[in-house]
Write a protein that binds this ligand. Structure first.
Ligand code: SF4
Length: 402
């Protein structure tokens, strides 16, 4: 089954110049001294996976973090070369990199483009200097424009800007101004994220102490809907809850996640999903380096999800796609019809105007896009209850991937 299936490779780079107050990613500041050892460990981990992935076609390599752009270009090129040596990197593979505006030089971008990097995502977040200061970002609005132009000059064909909305005190006009500045730069792709207060972050502490008041959820929802309208009018197609693209510039790597495809997770704290098994690496960079030196790999946990978990994961991911999914794909994957597995919660969401059937596909309605989590939770609870009531129905795993 697996030999014919394409593979995506995610490489986690867990370093940032400083850690932003709202961030709960697996990332660390002040660890420049271990970067070379980390690169060597990532290359060694890829080599350790080689026997398992030999013959698989790698359709995308994605450097995420953290801030991959903080690594020396030569280190990233060495990692790309290691993937090429371990598996068949498709000639048209998408090779992407996350970077902070203002931190990637023209020579580094040219080296990366020569090594095959054809997509870059800048964490722009805002074009308002006071909002960037609130977010602890190290760059200026001007740095985003300059970095985007450098990426274009280097020949990188797809540029994404990440933007954040729903910041405390952010007005609709301020959000529109940021959107306008982003659209003026004509990126090929835009990712819009609502600020979320993650437990345990410095921002969470500020909210607890009453120093910061989160924006009203209705105001945040209105910002999302206004942005969706404006981006559609500007020629961007929304293809996922948080993602808009010019035709042909959708993130092929992320589409692997949303369609339940196989991906290898390389690096500290990285997650992978291969042949129905989920992996998670040890999180701290030093522990990761030590584990790879010792064992070749650094897997902290490997689980094969049961059928109920797989079904709810599959549905939650597919419903992130604006086009939704064909029920036949679910049946092909799990050997059971969608209606038999999850009919009651899906029918309730249809009745509430959150889900709709369109052109043979089931998808969220525009209003339902704001309620994806609620749908996913209802489906998950139903599938878990069903599994507890009749374990034999859902004991088996997935039969394949459609
Ligand atoms: S730059 Fe990104 S990954 Fe790094 S701390 Fe800030 S939000 Fe987190």
């Amino acid at each position: 089954m697996s030999a014919a299936r394409p593979l995506a490779v995610y490489v986690h780079i867990p370093f940032c110049v400083r850690v932003c107050g709202y961030c709960d990613f697996n990332t660390y500041a002040g660890m420049d001294a271990v970067k070379d050892a980390y690169t060597a460990a990532v290359v060694a981990e890829i080599e350790a996976w080689a026997p398992r992935i030999a013959g698989r076609e790698v359709t995308s390599v994605s450097f995420g973090g953290g801030t991959p752009g903080e690594m020396a270009a030569g280190s990233l090129v060495a990692i790309i070369d290691a993937v090429r040596a371990a598996a068949a990197l498709a000639p048209a593979a998408e090779i992407s990199l996350e970077a902070n505006p203002g931190t990637t030089s023209a020579p580094a971008l040219r080296d990366l483009a020569r090594a095959g990097v054809n997509r870059i995502s800048f964490g722009a977040q805002s074009f308002d200097a006071s909002e960037l200061a609130f977010l602890d970002r190290v760059h200026t609005p001007e740095a985003t424009s300059a970095s985007l132009h450098l990426a274009r000059e280097a020949g990188i064909r797809s540029v994404n800007l990440d933007l954040m909305y729903g910041l405390p005190d952010q007005t609709p006009a301020a959000w529109q101004a940021t959107l306008g500045r982003a659209l003026d730069l004509a990126p090929e792709h835009l990712s819009l994220y609502a600020l979320t207060v993650e437990p345990g972050t410095p921002l969470d502490g500020r909210v607890e102490r009453g120093e910061v008041a989160p924006l009203d959820p209705d105001a945040v929802a209105a910002m999302y809907e206004d942005a969706a309208e404006r981006l559609a009018a500007s020629g961007y197609r929304q293809y996922e809850l948080s993602n808009w693209a010019r035709p042909g510039h959708e993130s092929r790597h992320n589409l692997v996640y949303w369609t339940w495809g196989d991906y290898l997770g390389i690096g500290a704290g990285a997650h992978g999903f291969l042949d129905g098994e989920r992996f998670e690496n040890v999180a701290h960079p030093r522990a990761y380096i030590d584990a790879v030196r010792h064992d070749g790999r650094a897997i902290a946990e490997a689980v094969r999800p049961d059928a109920a978990t797989s079904m709810s994961d599959w549905l939650a991911l597919r419903l992130r796609l604006v086009e939704g999914f064909n029920a036949a794909a679910f049946a092909t994957t799990f050997g059971e019809s969608l209606e038999a597995a999850a009919g009651p919660p899906l029918d309730a969401c249809r009745a509430a105007g959150i889900l709709e059937d369109s052109g043979g596909r089931l998808r969220l309605t525009p209003r339902g896009r704001l309620l994806h989590n609620e749908v996913a939770v209802q489906v998950m609870l139903h599938l878990q209850e069903r599994a507890e009531e009749s374990p034999s129905v859902t004991r088996g795993g997935a039969s394949g991937v459609a």
